[in-house]
Design a protein around this ligand. Sequence first.
Ligand code: SF4
Length: 357
Amino acid sequence: MDKIDLRCLNRQELTQYITELGEPAYRAKQLFRQIHKHGAADFQQMSDLPEALRVALAECATVALPRVIDRQVSAAEDTVKLLLELADGERIEMVLMLYERWQAHNRATCCVSSQSGCAMNCRFCATALHDHFRNLSAGEIVAQVQIADRLAYQMGFAGITNIVYMGMGEPLANLAAVKKSLELLNDEEGMNIGMRRITISTCGLVPKIREMAGWGYQIGLAVSLHAADPELRRQLMPGASRYSLEELIRACQDYREQTGRRVTAEYALFAGINDHPSDALKLANLLTETDILVNIIPANPLPEADIEPPDEAVIEAFCQLLQEKGLKVQLRHKRGADIQAACGQLRRRQTPSGQQD
Ligand code: SF4
């Protein structure tokens, strides 16, 4: 019989589980704090629980964290990428980004995966090159944050302050588990991470954006655009292009109205593909009349798909043109390019046999 992963259960579910074992309800509160506040990975670490209960739980349940099987640290020591192995052998990536004295605070951001691959098939993405994958559970998403939290402490930071769902997978294709993970991470008896400190990135699944807006949570939304021309976007992002750009932008504006959170459009620049001044003009036309913030990201090289970032001068000219057209633009600096920080690259390098998959 498979053991139940208690990291997946919210307080109410944990209370039901514990009382069905014949234990008093307050044990569930202790257990929840051990798992979600202290990041316990073993029942034997839970010294406030009686020994008999710890033994009984170990027989039918688990709180084990994924195994770290590879680790890369950037030369600047501000980005760490981990390859994690889940209980069934699936492998996922998690990235920790450290920002010293960001707006007077130190900030530690964890970039989590929501699937162990992706069906969206974006041409520039190493994750899309994996041929098998599954959705992650809420507990497997939370576990990534807990591993990053511990790592951040070890590196002299006060734990995780921000979370971005921008790792492997399309979060909105696994929305139920993503929603539950948000609630677990936000729980005041657990890590208590504010919804405003969490951003979800999507390739643009319009009905799911609308569903998210209805939750009433103030989560940041980042939409991967990468092209403002429908045909080019269809070539670059075939899975995302079933919704028109107009529908997508309308959903972003409605999200803004319903949640009060400004939406970010991510635009990765691929040399010779979407970096021409005419591409910038199309983007400016698409986003004019909106207050969507544009994040320009020089692409991470992906030789398998002939993807390279443009030269500095092209990047600057692209940003300048957007600004002249009245868009709010941010140039995001590449982090961890020396450690294959783009999602899917480390797993691709490291398969169980040590060969590329
Ligand atoms: S970029 Fe995101 S949505 Fe596209 S294939 Fe990669 S993980 Fe999936």
